[in-house]
Design a binder for this molecule. Structure first.
Ligand SMILES: NC(=O)C1=CN([C@@H]2O[C@H](COP(=O)(O)OP(=O)(O)OC[C@H]3O[C@@H](n4cnc5c(N)ncnc54)[C@H](OP(=O)(O)O)[C@@H]3O)[C@@H](O)[C@H]2O)C=CC1
Ligand SMILES: O=C1O[C@H](COP(=O)(O)O)[C@@H](O)[C@H](O)[C@H]1O
Length: 495
């Protein structure tokens, strides 16, 4: 983990696909630009489409220029890229791939370290990993690691099956399951805000916190991913992974040390302590929604059921709100509200920690509401923290006014926080799995989510579509909090 300029070959399965184009190639380029890669690296792209090394290099160059809006690029960088056309189901082709890898390792003096990045549909994961092992690609003088994209399964049963297949060829320590939210600057900051500040940790429990709200809203619809999304829905696409990971980071106990295992162990304890939602309770704790047509950022947009590759009678949810309870000493009785959806008013991910009111209201007239203290963690697009307090109103005798202490990361000149994929790729190259999900976390998350998706799959949502594109979701999502005497805090930038 100490190697700041790791030496490795990154083999990208799915190199002609969307993820490689938009995220992986630009991230590798940024790492190179920042001096985080030595000259001892290579990238081998793998997919079925025919390409020569030259045409692939041209394609990569163009995609990086497009993504980074930069006039590229150093031909030396591009000369580290190679291509191998392969059908993932064809055994013979893996032998040739192995020969190519050996060749590039010689060429760039790479000590046999290989990352196999599976940027492909999950149905190929088992086949690819078994071929990598049987054809000897995992037998090298260096280390080998496997990066797996989401979705990791469709439910607990399919995730277990997938895990068993992969584990035939790679050990848990070699498997890096990507959750790109764990690469976001402010998600990584949750631990630091909590554990490096004496003022928060004593208050971080059910005696002082009234509720915690996590919202991840998008303005985009399903774009060209209708085929995948219509079989997934927001619960599997966002809640099972990203939203529950944020809950785990907010709720976990301080780890004994900042090691991968210690942190993951604490996160998994939270996921296991989530109070299961039984089939009968789903309506009480969870709300689903699907967008109809509407106006998003001034543009008229179609409803979900009209989207390409979506069933016109689809029952798939594009919005989820839920109330989660964590049955342990620290959190008993504190609701964690989560909300995520497509085609909402704005693109924003925010966490609001609402503290309990002061025990006695000295400063307000009885008819006035006390302003609760809030800690807002801005994940994106703005990155920072805001603490909402009360202070004396200037000039007025002992009247109070709400004030804010703000720290904005990406407002400061010179700070341009790296893309999540850039950080995660670099972590993987250095062998740091802290910000990747362990199998135990994946399993616990599916166990929590499965009963909810079972009920939703078996009951028609007669009110769909139940929110207008460009809104903040169905009314029932507001009622979920109103029942407990709370409301969603707004997402506006000045929150
Ligand atoms: N795109 C995104 O923003 C995100 C994607 N993901 C995940 O990443 C993975 C890839 O997604 P994405 O890039 O969007 O998918 P795409 O459909 O854009 O790309 C799929 C890739 O797989 C290749 N491929 C398909 N079949 C075969 C085969 N039999 N043998 C070899 N190669 C094959 C395709 O190339 P060819 O046709 O040339 O063979 C293509 O390069 C998925 O698991 C997805 O869920 C996760 C988060 C975000
Ligand atoms: O994993 C996914 O995340 C994106 C949202 O990611 P963000 O970094 O833009 O917040 C979501 O659009 C996509 O459906 C989902 O698969």
């Amino acid at each position: 983990m100490t190697d700041v300029q790791p030496k490795a070959t990154i083999v990208i399965f799915g190199a002609t696909g969307d993820l490689a184009k938009r995220k992986l190639f630009p991230s590798i380029y940024k790492l190179y630009q920042k001096g985080k890669l030595s000259e001892q690296f290579a990238v081998v792209g793998v997919a079925r489409r025919p390409h020569t090394d030259e045409s692939f290099r041209h394609y990569v160059k163009e995609t990086i220029e497009e993504a980074t809006k930069q006039e590229l690029i150093d031909d030396t960088f591009i000369s580290h890229f190679y291509y191998h056309s392969l059908d993932a189901t064809n055994t013979q082709s893996y032998e040739q791939l192995n020969e190519l890898l050996t060749h590039v390792e010689e060429q760039f003096h790479i000590p046999g370290n290989r990352i196999f990045y599976l940027a492909m549909a999950p149905e190929f994961f088992g086949t690819i990993t078994s071929h990598l092992k049987s054809e000897g690609l995992t037998t090298t003088n260096g280390w080998t690691r496997l990066v797996i994209e989401k979705p990791f399964g469709h439910d607990l049963q399919s995730a277990k099956k997938l895990n068993e297949e992969i584990r035939q060829s790679f050990s848990e320590e070699q498997i890096f399951r990507i959750d790109h939210y764990l690469g976001k600057e402010m998600v990584q900051n949750i631990e630091v805000i909590r554990f490096a500040n004496a003022i928060f940790e004593p208050l971080w429990n059910n005696r002082f916190i009234a509720n915690i709200q996590i919202t991840s809203s998008e303005t985009l619809g399903v774009e060209d991913r209708g085929r995948y999304y219509d079989h997934s829905g927001a619960l599997r696409d966002m809640v099972q992974n990203h939203m529950l990971q944020m809950v785990a980071l907010l709720a976990m106990e301080p780890p004994i040390k900042l090691t991968t295992d210690d942190i993951r162990n604490e996160k998994v304890k939270v996921l296991r302590a989530l109070r299961p939602v039984t089939h009968d309770e789903v309506d009480q704790y969870f709300v689903r929604g699907q967008y109809g047509s509407g106006i998003v950022r001034g543009q008229k947009v179609i409803g979900y059921r009209e989207e390409h590759n979506v069933d016109p009678t689809s029952n798939t949810e594009t919005f989820v709100a839920g109330k989660l309870l964590i049955d342990n000493f620290r959190w008993a009785g504190v609701p964690f509200y989560i909300r995520t959806g497509k085609r909402m008013t704005e693109k924003s991910t925010k966490i609001v920690v609402q503290f309990k009111d002061v025990p006695m209201n000295l400063y307000y007239g009885t008819s006035e509401h006390v302003h609760p203290n809030l800690l807002v963690i801005h994940i994106q697009p703005d990155e920072g923290i805001t603490l909402h307090l009360n202070a004396k109103k200037s000039g007025e005798n002992m009247k109070t006014t709400p004030i804010k202490l703000d720290y904005c990361y990406n407002c400061i000149d010179g700070i341009n926080t790296p893309e999540a994929y850039e950080k995660l790729l670099y972590d993987c190259m250095r062998g740091d799995a802290t910000n990747f999900t362990h199998w135990d976390e994946v399993a616990a998350s599916w166990s929590f989510v499965d009963p909810i998706s079972e009920v939703w799959a078996n009951t028609e949502a007669t009110d769909f579509p139940n929110y207008e594109a460009g809104s903040m979701g169905p009314k029932k999502a507001d009622e979920l909090l109103q029942k407990d005497g709370f409301h969603w805090w707004p997402l506006s930038p000045n929150m």
